[in-house]
Design a protein around this ligand. Structure first.
Ligand code: AMP
Ligand code: MG
Length: 352
């Protein structure tokens, strides 16, 4: 792509997105033109191989990786797109929630770049990035109000999204996030980190009805999530059947059954909340939504209930910078000035 011609600049705004809230270093450029968003290019460096030997994310390692990768990725992406930093109209950076030290790297870099180029730097709530990622591929206006489901490594929540900056949390998890529980259960099964995709792979060979693992707050109408019960149940179950661990069919059926417990819980609570709240659209995102069984179950459930189902494309489900740049660009196009990034907030809530 060529650098933006000056005559084009008034209507075409390029946003650089930076995401470093956890263990992915993401950079992206999105274009906003007359209210429409288009991803121009993105780079993502996963740290999975660095953290895998420890079975989870080591914050100290994550910081060093972000500090090493980010100053390489930004110039690399701009060069690949044939852009100069001066072609950018703004920088959007995740300000929270996330790991404090990881957030600091992205923010420090964004603010230094903004100061040196005279560019505004906008802070984006990571959860807001996830919430709006199901709408990035369509050119239709966002159908407010909608019900948002976010299920990731750090969060599991249902939110009524009534408009820009008008978010009402309807439910969140009382203990583990869905992805966190899958990661921990994967360890019990001897699978590497991150566990969600590994469990999905193993589950594809197994019988989801073979075993019955508990579901948190299973009563209809109870929107609360809880995933620590299934984790504990799998732990005791594996201890009680230790002699069967060598049987691959046993392990794959354990994976399929526990995946079914997690996926059904997410799906049923989301559909119930949608029907109770009179929503017409369910939008879902976050790393766990990369799971094919969950996607199929949500799509089928929405179709039965007459709901429009929007799920982020699998590549945009896990953490990425496209969703961060897009959230800032969409808000700005809607006339909502994104907040200027002042500082990070590791516990930044979605709604206050
Ligand atoms: P995020 O926090 O949004 O980056 O998502 C990462 C989380 O999503 C981790 O807990 C992963 O185990 C989980 N995850 C990623 N892919 C899948 C999948 N295919 N099935 C279930 N969970 C997944
Ligand atoms: Mg996330």
């Amino acid at each position: 792509m060529n650098a933006t011609p000056p005559s084009d600049r008034a209507e075409r705004l390029l946003w650089l997105g930076i995401e470093t809230s956890c263990d992915e270093t993401g950079v992206a450029v999105v274009e906003e033109r007359s209210g429409r968003i288009r991803g121009i290019g993105a780079l993502l460096t996963s740290q999975v191989n660095r953290h895998r030997p420890f079975g989870g994310i080591v914050p100290e390692l994550a910081v060093r990786e972000h500090a090493r990768n980010l100053p390489l990725l930004v110039p690399q992406l701009l060069a690949r797109l044939g852009l100069s930093p001066l072609d950018l109209g703004g920088i959007a950076v995740t300000e929270g929630p996330g790991l404090a030290s990881s957030l600091l790297i992205g923010n420090a870099y964004a603010r230094a770049m903004g100061a040196s180029l005279g560019l505004p730097v906008f802070g984006v709530n990571h959860l807001e990035g996830h919430l709006f990622s199901p709408f990035l591929e369509g050119s239709e206006p966002i159908p407010f109000p909608f019900l948002g489901l976010v299920a990731s490594g750090g969060h599991t929540l249902l939110a009524a999204v009534e408009g820009w900056n008008r978010y009402r949390i309807l439910s969140s998890t009382s203990d583990d996030a869905a992805g966190e529980a899958l990661d921990k259960i994967a360890r019990l099964l001897g699978l590497p980190y991150p566990g969600g995709p590994e469990i999905e792979r193993l589950a594809s060979q197994g019988d989801p009805k073979a075993f019955c693992f508990p579901r948190g707050f299973p009563e209809t109408g109870d929107l609360r999530f809880s995933f620590s019960g299934v984790k504990t149940a799998v732990r005791y179950f594996l201890e009680q059947h230790s002699e069967r661990r060598a049987d691959p069919h046993f392990l794959s059926s354990v994976a399929a059954s526990l995946q079914d417990s997690v996926v059904r819980t997410l799906c049923e609570k989301a559909l119930w909340a949608a029907s109770k709240g009179g929503f017409r659209t369910l939008a879902a995102a976050g790393g766990v939504l990369a799971n094919r069984r969950l996607r199929e179950m949500l799509e089928a459930g929405c179709s039965d209930a007459g709901l429009s189902c929007r799920i982020a494309p699998p590549a945009l489900c896990t953490d990425n910078a496209v969703m961060i740049a897009s959230a800032a660009a969409l808000k700005s196009a809607a006339g909502i000035p994104p907040s200027l990034s002042q500082d990070i907030d590791p516990g930044l809530p979605l709604a206050v």
